[in-house]
Design a binder for this molecule. Structure first.
Ligand SMILES: Nc1ncnc2c1ncn2[C@@H]1O[C@H](COP(=O)(O)OP(=O)(O)OP(=O)(O)O)[C@@H](O)[C@H]1O
Length: 471
């Protein structure tokens, strides 16, 4: 807008020289603007193909230069592959952009010719007036400046700003289907935006106190779920009851659906059929945000914020006393000052090991419990800890979460066995459920899996002077 006013003001001042000069320039720049718009100058670099190539190129760049992937790229001898991938993706992007640019070669030439001709005419008139002595030097300089300034009408004006704003609008429109309320997208609906006002069904249901406090009891009834665009159900008739305040360990082979269960409990997705009840209320009846304040989760790919330790433990804020206590419970007391940034790229920053990061993630969940969370979901929370560290920390975690409901997903049976109940998932259903002793006595899948894993630890157990029973 400022540029548009500037361009018009320049044209008005140029009237002081001669009436036709501003008209010629405004006409030339307007024609240029129109030509570029019609030829798709603002569109053809933003096609789905170019955007996709841009994404691939950006990712290849990140893979090639960012530290996260560096370790494994070097370890697996993939440096050449990463560089080649970067080169290929960049080349593809540039080819598409070049093609898009060539498409408007002719309109570009026309624009250049029109603008050059109009400016040549005006500057020739200014020059000849100065040569004839009809124009003083000071007036010549001002008129030359405003003649250039008229171009702002085309390239700094309101239309230009609106064109720039159009790209994000298109992006938001593309996201709309994915952000549609639960129920609008068929199977495997995402629940990200499914708040209490999303969808008539939700508004029809009685919405009860969404937040509450204390441990939550969970009942899963005949639950069926498939991921969007995936024909194969992860769960098919899942039944499970988790009493308030108890701890449940979930075990099963890779792909059995353990993490999916955690995601459903966080309401990242809604079931296709059946229900999840929380203290007797259908989870879909609760406001998503309210429910999520009651859930503390540590996923396998937990968040690592390049922020001070304090913000990593309590991103939404908490008293320092709670943060320090949570860190101590997670075995991360004395790891760093709360103000220390957990990234070496910053002054005074520090980098943590994998296991230390995992302790920070655990502290985040434990801190959330102190702030009122009633359900703790731990998805392989100790996978990066050494066996001794894990055994010690899990007892502390159970102690810190004894007043809330805890669901632990783990492949480590030494951890699993401490839970009140253990459920074995297979083919989308619970095939065994009971305490460690009950399942060992049953002699079924849990017994077999526990036995297999215990054998692997025998050597370590001998070294540590621990007995099989203490595993
Ligand atoms: N975002 C997704 N989209 C489509 N399918 C998915 C998605 N996430 C997981 N799946 C599929 O759902 C099934 C269950 O995956 P899930 O991650 O829940 O298993 P898991 O028991 O946690 O496995 P693991 O022990 O390897 O962590 C798998 O077959 C997997 O391929």
């Amino acid at each position: 807008m400022v540029e548009l006013v500037g361009g018009v003001a320049s044209a008005v001042v140029l009237f002081g020289f001669t009436w036709w000069a501003p008209l010629v320039l405004v006409a030339a720049w307007s024609a240029t603007h129109w030509l570029l718009r019609e030829s798709g100058v603002w569109r053809d670099r933003n096609t789905a193909e170019v955007r996709s190539a841009q994404r691939h190129a950006d990712y290849a760049y990140q893979l090639a230069v960012e530290p996260a992937a560096a370790k494994e790229l070097r370890l697996f001898g993939l440096a050449g592959w990463a560089v080649q991938r970067f080169t290929d993706r960049r080349r593809r992007l540039f080819e598409l952009q070049y093609k898009a640019t060539r498409l408007r070669e002719r309109p570009m030439i026309w624009c250049l010719l029109i603008v050059a001709a109009a400016n040549a005419l005006v500057f020739w008139a200014l020059g000849s007036a100065a040569a004839d002595g009809r124009l003083e030097l000071d007036r010549l300089v001002v008129f030359a400046q405003v003649a250039v300034g008229v171009s702002m009408i085309a390239f700094g004006g309101l239309n230009w700003v609106l064109d720039g704003a159009a790209a994000p609008v298109v992006a938001v429109q593309r996201l709309k289907p994915a952000m549609a309320p639960a129920g609008a997208l068929g199977t495997g609906r995402r629940a990200e935006s499914a708040g209490p006002t999303a969808g008539a069904a939700a508004t029809d249901r009685a919405v009860r106190d969404p937040v509450g406090r204390g441990a939550v009891g969970i009942r899963i009834r005949d639950l069926t779920f498939s991921y969007p665009r995936s024909g194969r159900p992860v769960f098919d008739g899942l039944e499970l009851t988790i009493p308030a305040g108890s701890s449940l360990a979930v075990v099963g082979q890779n792909g059995a659906g353990k993490t999916t269960l955690a995601k459903l409990l966080c309401r990242l997705y809604d079931p296709d059929a059946g229900s999840i009840e929380v203290d007797g209320a259908d989870l879909r009846d609760l406001p998503v945000d309210g429910w999520r304040t009651r859930v503390a989760a540590v996923f396998q790919d937990f968040l690592r914020l390049e922020l001070p330790l304090r913000d990593n433990v309590a991103p939404a804020g908490a008293p320092d006393a709670d943060i320090l206590a949570a860190l101590a419970d997670a075995g991360a007391g004395g790891l760093a000052e709360l103000d220390t940034r957990l990234a070496t790229g910053y002054e005074g920053g520090t980098e943590l090991s994998g296991g230390q990061w995992q302790r920070v993630a655990l502290a985040r969940a434990l801190c959330a419990v102190r702030q009122g969370a009633g359900l703790v979901l731990l998805d392989e929370p100790t996978a990066q800890l050494d066996v001794r560290g894990e055994a010690a920390i899990f007892d502390r975690i159970l102690a810190a979460t004894r007043d809330v409901t805890t669901i632990l997903i783990s492949h480590r049976f030494s951890t699993v066995r401490h839970a009140d109940q253990i459920c074995v998932l297979e083919r989308g259903r619970v095939v065994e459920l009971g305490s460690h002793d009950e399942l060992m006595a049953l002699g079924g899948r849990y017994h077999t899996m526990f036995g297999l894993q215990a054998q692997r630890f025998v050597a370590e157990v001998d070294e540590e002077g621990m007995s099989y029973d203490t595993l």
